[in-house]
Write a protein that binds this ligand. Structure first.
Ligand SMILES: Cc1ncc(COP(=O)(O)O)c(C=O)c1O
Length: 405
């Protein structure tokens, strides 16, 4: 006989997953509804409506795909890209390479435009690259979780809209933590996930797209064999599970059968999106900025330095340079074992150099910020790093007490 699952409570301060909101956990444990139950269809409608609000895409389309965020990226890429299409991917961090990997598998001719991970691109340099390479699609990351940097998008989007180039953006690390103005910025297809600033367990991806993208998606629709389909579409989308043309119909008022919906995860998404709207998006963004300010104050007071350009820093991720002679994995393990606090390392050139402290969703709370700073300071002292002792938590407290005055 297996035992019941038991574990210690954690303070999760990674850049995802984050702690689920208690309301989310409560609502996702409601009884199962079937996906065609009118009660469930109403929940789907409300999720779609909230997604359009969050993505700020009043005139576009939005739905949730089953699978983690990368399922949303695959759905977007596979639905827009056809074999041989040129896709330009400006890369200033790890997740651009995920886009490249997916585009390659979708049959695209991938043009990577790379720079160091310490900051995003100047928008003009991407526009110049678009002029030079003439892609069908530009795909890039809004908030780069690996390095804690954020990319401005509005000028690139404007150029793409005016020059018949599609623009796809990974907003996984920014959605629900800072503004994501999809329509205003000229983004044709945006993707987010649940397990970061929406405070919902992993398992769904959110996808929103413009009418321009929709024309391509619709034109590639092919009804599934076994559902009374005769006609085949020469340009059919290469994935069945992640086919946005089929999923759009599945999410409509006249659904055609597709996958069995993870209905309880949709309740969870409903709760997560609703809690953000109830708090008020300006308040949500302010909370993330305030907790970021307290974290930076604490880390700096400790004597630590942040990686990359502080002017283009992503509010939801803090990439901290590890003091010389200290092993990142040991620090992470000690913090987890002794304090129950989870933080993360990084990827590629930043492995062993950077520790990442998330500031996302329900985990973005004052008590978590103070706890992670105290735990990190004590751990670094244990491992012999020279840090200013006792200053970090005080500096963060000053930030909070200042705004209460
Ligand atoms: C910016 C970004 N894009 C994509 C992903 C992939 O998300 P998932 O692990 O939910 O598939 C992540 C995950 O951390 C991410 O940070």
């Amino acid at each position: 006989m297996c035992e019941e699952i038991r574990f210690s409570t954690r303070t999760i301060m990674t850049p995802g997953p984050v702690e689920a909101h208690p309301v989310v956990l409560r609502e996702m444990s409601l009884e199962v509804l079937g996906q065609y139950d009118p009660q469930f269809r109403q929940i789907m409608r409300r999720v779609q409506k909230m997604l359009k609000q969050h993505f700020q895409i009043p005139n576009g389309h939005a739905l949730a795909v089953d699978g983690s965020s990368r399922a949303g990226l695959e759905a977007g890429m596979y639905s827009l890209v056809e074999k041989g299409d040129k896709v330009l991917i400006p890369a200033y961090g790890r997740f651009a390479y995920l886009l490249a990997e997916i585009a390659e598998r979708a049959g695209a001719e991938v043009i990577l435009y790379e720079k160091e991970w310490d900051g995003p691109f100047l928008q003009e340099s991407i526009i110049d690259k678009i002029k030079e390479t003439q892609p069908k699609l530009v795909a890039m990351v809004h908030g780069e979780t690996a390095s804690g940097q954020v990319q401005e998008l509005d000028q690139i989007g404007k150029y793409c809209q005016e020059n018949d180039v599609l623009f796809m953006v990974d907003m996984v690390a920014t959605f629900g933590g800072m503004p994501t103005k999809v329509e205003e910025w000229g983004v044709d297809l945006a993707v987010a996930g649940t397990q970061k600033c929406v405070s919902v367990p992993a398992g769904l991806a959110f996808v929103a797209w413009s009418d321009r993208a929709d024309q391509i998606i619709e034109s590639r629709f092919q009804k599934e064999l076994g559902l009374g389909a005769e006609a085949r579409n020469e340009r059919f989308i290469l994935s069945n599970y992640l086919d946005l043309s089929q999923l759009k119909v599945y999410w409509s008022d006249t659904p055609i059968n597709h996958h069995t919906e993870a209905t309880n995860l949709i309740y969870a998404a409903h709760a997560g999106l609703r809690m953000l709207l109830e708090e008020g998006m300006d308040n949500v963004y302010y909370r993330h900025k305030l907790n970021e300010k307290a974290l930076i104050a604490g880390l700096t007071a400790m004597g630590l330095k942040l990686y990359g350009n502080l002017e283009t820093k992503l509010p939801t991720v803090n990439a901290v340079l590890i003091p010389k002679g200290v092993d990142a994995n040991e620090v992470k393990k000690f913090m987890l074992d002794q304090f129950g606090v989870e933080i993360a390392g990084s990827f590629g050139p930043l492995v062993g150099k950077v520790l990442r402290i998330g500031n996302m969703g329900y985990s973005s709370r004052r008590e978590n910020v103070l706890h992670v700073l105290g735990a990190l300071e004590s751990t670094l002292i244990r491992y012999g790093a020279k840090v200013n002792q006792g200053d970090a938590v005080q500096a963060a407290l000053n930030v909070y007490l200042d705004v209460q005055k």
